[in-house]
Design a protein around this ligand. Structure first.
Ligand code: ADP
Length: 187
């Protein structure tokens, strides 16, 4: 078997989960053994599923340590899906590489940039070593143009550059925006 790495990136709402789920479901139709992981930090909608904003879903295993993936994958596994890959530590890079070297098709989805517009966690390195990369866009909520960035809002206002990536206690929300309308105030 020839293994390979396939990556789906883009901002929030660009359809990464939707596309990941679509590809995984098609692999299942082709009678491939599929297993899906996501970081336990992401508990959007449902702890045990990968769920897209439009409601499609697929069963997934929550893990916090990338190396836990080895406990679930065996010779019979054909396809390994990983969603929200940006939240894993850099150990995920070697796990993905090792699985592909062992002949698995590794399908990865995640944010390529954080709310500041900077490379997010392990995603850029995974893009570099992947055979295939698809960079999706959402629709900018300000102008309708293709949106490649995620706007972070804290209590309704653009989050500042200096704000922590994880901020406890504030009401925060996210929007898809184009480069022109993406705001990251510096103080
Ligand atoms: P991601 O995993 O990239 O966050 P999802 O697959 O969960 O994306 O959700 C994609 C869906 O989000 C779209 O099919 C659409 O129904 C919805 N959506 C909401 N806001 C937007 C937006 N600004 N641009 C594009 N799609 C949006």
């Amino acid at each position: 078997h020839h293994g390979y790495i396939e990556v789906i990136v883009g901002p929030m709402y660009s359809g990464k989960s939707e596309e990941l789920i679509r590809r995984l479901k098609r692999a299942k139709i082709a009678k491939q053994n599929v297993i899906v992981f996501k970081p336990s930090i992401d508990d959007r909608y449902c702890k045990k599923n990968v769920v897209s904003h439009n409601g499609s879903k697929i069963n997934a295993i929550n893990i916090s340590n990338p190396k836990d993936i080895y406990k679930y994958v065996d010779e019979k596994t054909h396809v390994v899906g990983i969603d929200e890959v940006q939240f894993f530590n850099d150990d995920i890079i070697d796990v993905i590489k090792t699985l592909a070297d062992r002949g698995k098709r590794v399908l990865v989805a995640g944010l390529d940039m954080d709310f500041r517009g900077e490379p997010f966690g392990p995603t850029p390195k995974i893009m570099a070593i992947a055979e295939f990369v698809d960079k999706l866009s959402a629709i900018c909520v300000k102008c309708g143009a293709p949106a490649h960035r995620t706007q972070r809002l804290i209590n309704g206002k653009p989050a500042k550059y200096s704000d922590e990536v994880v901020l406890v206690g504030a009401t925060e929300s996210y929007e898809a925006r184009c480069r022109l309308h993406h705001e990251v105030p510096r103080d």
